[in-house]
Every structure is written in C-alpha cells, then in structure tokens.
Design a protein around this ligand. Structure first.
Ligand SMILES: [Mg+2]
Length: 323
C-alpha cells in the first residue's frame, strides 16, 4: 500500500506538478486551500505526510498545519515557502509544528528526498507509539500479577471466616519465632483461648450465629494485641492462638487476662453458657525461653495443658503452665 501524502497549495499548476512527479511513488491527494485540506483529512483519515504552501489566501500554511497537528498529531508536516518568508518558516519549525520547510520552487529531487525522510519520521512516530502502548500493557499486566500474588498470599495466610491468620501461617510463625527467641535468649509466650460452651452456642443461635460470634471474638482478640511481633490466629473451630514475643510469664498472663476481659466486656449474649450469660473465654498461657532443641509442639502442649486447667477450674479464666 502506498503512503498517503496530502499537498495543499492555492496554485493549481503547482499541485499538478506534484501529482505528476510523485504519483508513481506515493498516493498523492491535493487540496487548493487550507479549508479544503482539513475537509480531506476529515474524510480520508490521517495522512502520513502533509505538505502545505505557506502563502495561501484566507488560511495561511502555518495556521493550516497547526490545525492538522491538532487533528492528526502523527502526520508529519512540511511547509513550502518563498524566500522572503524564511524567518517565519524557521519559527514554525522551532515551535515544533513543522518537520522541515523547503523553498519554492523546490527541485523535485530534493522534495522527493524530503518526502522520504518525512515518511521515515512518520514510521518512527508510529513505532514509538506502539512501543509506549506495549510498555503500558506490560506495566498493567505486571501490576495485575503483583496484586493477584498479593491476594493469593493473603488467602494462603488468612482464615476465610474471621480474616485473622490461619493455622498454617501460625505454625510457620511459631517455628520461626522459637528459633529467633532461642537466638536472642528471650521468653516466648503462647496463648490458647477457647470460647466457653461454643457447641451450645451453635445449638442455640445456629451456624450463622456461631460464625458471627467467631468473627466478633476474633476481632476483639486481634484488637488487643498491637505490639510488633504479636500474632493472632484461628487455631481450630472456636480456638484461637496468640504468639506473644519477649514477655515474661507474668506479663504474658496479664495480656492474656486483658484479652479475656475484653471479650467478656463485649457482652455477646450466650443464654446457654454455664458460667455466664455472655460469651467468655477459657485461656491457657505457656512461656518458655527456648533453646536450640525446643519444638513448637512442646510449647503448644504446655499451653494446652494450661487451657485444660482453666476449663477444669471453672472456665472464663486464665491459667499458666507454671500453675
Ligand atoms: Mg501560494
């Protein structure tokens, strides 16, 4: 397909000469005024190159080419001008509106070479545009991928119902924290909390009610642990596990009891509970200064024992593994 070139000149002889010179190489369309030129662009779509005479009645070449620039920014614009107007033409080039200007009458060989170089320029513009478009698409695709990965990571780490961390992530974190605390020789605490008489709660309020209760309790517990490194997870059905770094047993007991109180103060009705008329927690705490051989199972077992003790001592309370 030949490249489309638009010539605009108010002299019919000049236009005819252009046609004769270039019709074998390019698809030449002519217009005898700026206005007609704009109509042609409107009808034919953008041209690769637009060549305009500078001196034309009504609309001069500069005004015309400015309008072309607005209509079809990718068209490369050339201007033909008499000697006397060179200063104006230079300004037009410098303003960026015109790719080149040529003096009239222009030798056909020079005009031909200039047209070829203008067409190259046009191809370059399109290539650059395509490149920018590809880069944009790539960037968007990368952003989507990063978001999807982030979502996936979150899905893999969080409990679907309550939004707090899940058991899997808890297991990984506990292992890592044990190692870390063995290294820094600081105490690490594990708190296990169980909603009292949750089976009866479910029987009374239904599974939807049970789910809502789990969400509320998870939220309340989560709010209670704000220190760096604190980690609240759903451990099982109605059981929660909290990893608490760098606190001795007494302080760990205190934060556990503050959590227990916070849940009780929430005053979620529990008509079937045998220890209260609201939702309460039984809580077990274990604290160790781990060494290289300490295992998560050990800490969990101790916390579980403390939790069992809390239940056997009447529930809605906190017990430590030291008791
Ligand atoms: Mg003229």
């Amino acid at each position: 397909m030949s490249e489309k070139i638009l010539f605009v000149d108010d002299e019919p002889n000049v236009l005819n000469a252009y046609k004769r010179q270039f019709r074998k190489q390019f698809l030449i369309i002519t217009a005898s005024s700026g206005r007609e030129g704009l109509e042609v662009i409107e009808k034919e779509g953008p041209f690769s190159v637009v060549v305009a005479d500078m001196q034309m009645p009504k609309m001069d070449g500069i005004t015309f080419l400015k309008k072309v620039q607005q209509k079809a920014p990718n068209s490369v614009r050339l201007m033909l001008t008499g000697n006397a107007d060179q200063q104006t033409a230079i300004e037009a080039v410098n303003e960026g509106n015109v790719f080149r200007f040529l003096t009239k009458p222009c030798p056909s060989e020079l005009l031909g070479k200039t047209l070829e170089s203008a067409l190259e320029q046009n191809k370059l513009i399109h290539a650059r545009e395509a490149l920018a478009e590809n880069e944009k698409k790539l960037r968007e695709a990368n952003e989507k991928l990063a978001q999807a990965n982030q979502d996936l990571e979150q899905l893999a780490r969080n409990d679907g119902l309550t939004g707090i961390y899940n058991r899997r992530h808890f297991d990984e974190t506990l292992q890592a924290e044990l190692h870390r605390h063995a290294r820094i020789e600081q105490p690490l605490s594990l708190i296990l909390a169980d909603i009292d008489f949750f089976k009866l709660y479910n029987d009374q309020y239904g599974h939807q009610g049970g789910d809502d209760c789990l969400k509320q309790v998870a939220k309340t517990i989560n709010k209670n642990f704000n220190r760096a490194g604190d980690m609240v997870a759903r451990y099982g059905g109605e059981e929660f596990a909290i990893i608490v770094p760098n606190l001795n047993a007494e302080l760990a007991y205190n934060v556990a009891d503050r959590m227990r109180q916070a849940v009780e103060s929430k005053a979620l009705p529990h008509s079937q509970s045998k220890v209260s008329d609201v939702v309460t927690l039984s809580v077990g705490v274990s604290t160790i200064i781990p060494n290289k051989t300490s295992s998560p199972e050990e800490l969990i077992k101790q916390a579980d024992k403390a939790l069992y003790l809390a239940k056997s001592k009447g529930r809605n309370n906190v017990k430590c593994d030291t008791e």
